[in-house]
Write a protein that binds this ligand. Structure first.
Ligand code: PLP
Length: 399
């Protein structure tokens, strides 16, 4: 393998759009233009001495695809440049990335402070698996800065949050929480699955780690499962060692899908967000709706904060229908085009009823606190036209 510009020196600092299609490219001796897919578990050496040198880390080279593969490396390098990180570790899923983060940072006796409003399985990981290794996790309200301050004053090795939170889109003040973390020597990790590098770069906002599910927007067409963990160079060794020893490896095929997905990420996220803003604005004046949640609406409590730390407001809109669960289900069943599925970040718009699906295991008190009412429906806007999405929502309202 060699760098893409054998005879020409690499161009200086490039814009996001350019990095998304050009960074990380490694051209083989065949001089291919598109990134090849290296389906090989191991790599060969020319001599026994060369093998010894690569194993000893004295010479660069690929060894074994549990921890190094050229296709996976291209994906990692490209995503790292987009997130403003020194390194990226690609993992088999978003959950594997979160677990790798915990293993890199935590030891028995440590404490974690996390947002109450996380992806459901992330809550399960923190609440159920961390205690097994002697780590306690306390949960706070994402948008309550005083609660963060109080919890962090108790000392913590790691703080973890997701903003905007799914499904009612509370917004965290990431720079302020990062300052509180720094004061107490706490490492801050942000789940960047929803905004993606297009709309938010947690490391630029002061976080120590960005962790994400590539399954959603990075793939963008609902095909593959994967994740990533990103940070500064001082953290890379621990992360790579986790991959080498524990092995939650991303397959080369999935990495290839994701790296090609990164090339259109900006176009997709921007288009879906623009459509979402148009739809949310129309929904805000519908008499059928008790409440519309979208951080791009000026009356959303986190609007100014979202505008200050994000480039765009995302494609997730939630709204509460009158008539509770029955009203929500009748609405969803009357649509004809929107897909009823929990996935998000797809080309196709999706609808889900959080109360009875994604959040069904959450206790009634927690649901009330989180705003997950029986009449709540979550819409994630895809790439269909605004007119056709609105027409389908109208079918629901008519019912
Ligand atoms: C899907 C998701 C995850 C978990 O990712 P997987 O790839 O499904 O393991 C974590 N966080 C958020 C916000 C998600 O949407």
């Amino acid at each position: 393998m060699s760098s893409s510009s054998k005879s020409r020196p690499p161009a200086a600092a490039q814009d996001f759009s350019t990095r998304a299609v050009r960074s990380g490219v490694q051209t083989s001796n065949f001089q291919e233009h598109s990134e090849p897919l290296f389906l090989t578990s191991s790599f060969i050496f020319n001599t026994a001495e060369e093998a010894a040198q690569v194993f000893a880390g004295e010479r660069e080279g690929y060894v074994y695809s549990r921890y190094t593969n050229p296709t996976v490396s291209v994906f990692e390098q490209r995503l790292a440049t987009l997130e403003g990180a020194d390194f990226c570790l690609a993992t088999a899923s978003g959950m594997a990335a979160l677990w790798a983060l915990c293993m890199c940072v935590l030891k028995p006796g440590d404490r974690v402070v996390a947002s109450r409003y996380l992806f459901g399985t992330s809550v399960a990981l923190l609440a159920k698996y961390l205690p097994r290794m002697g780590v306690q996790c306390d949960f706070v309200d994402l948008d309550d800065l005083q609660a963060w301050e109080k919890a962090l004053d108790g000392g913590a090795a790691l703080a973890f949050l997701e903003t905007p939170a799914n499904p009612v889109l509370q917004i965290a003040d990431v720079p302020a929480i990062a300052r509180l973390c720094e004061r107490g020597g706490t490492q801050l990790a942000v789940d960047n699955t929803l905004p993606t590098a297009v709309q938010m770069r947690p490391l630029e906002l002061g976080a120590d780690w960005s962790v994400l599910s590539a399954t959603k927007w990075l793939d963008g067409q609902g095909r593959c499962v994967g994740g990533a963990l990103l940070g500064s160079s001082d953290k890379e060794e621990a992360a790579r060692e986790h991959m080498r020893i524990i092995g939650p490896t991303l397959g080369a095929f999935e990495a290839w899908i994701f790296l090609k997905g990164l090339e259109t990420l900006e176009l997709r996220v921007q288009k879906a967000s623009e459509t979402a803003l148009l739809i949310a604005t129309q929904l805000a004046s519908r008499p059928e709706l008790e409440q519309v949640y979208y951080p791009g609406l000026p009356d959303h409590p986190g609007h100014a904060l979202a505008a200050s730390q994000m480039d765009g407001f995302g494609a997730v809109i939630s709204f509460r229908l009158s008539g509770g669960r029955e009203g929500a289900w009748r609405f969803m069943d009357a649509t004809r085009m929107l897909s009823i599925t929990p996935n998000l970040g797809d080309t196709r718009s999706t609808l889900v009823h959080p109360d009875t699906t994604t959040h069904r295991l959450v206790s009634p008190e927690e649901k009330e606190r989180a705003g997950i009412a029986p009449g709540l429906v979550r819409l994630v806007v895809g790439l269909e036209s605004e007119r056709d999405i609105m027409a389908d929502l109208e079918r629901g309202f008519a019912a």
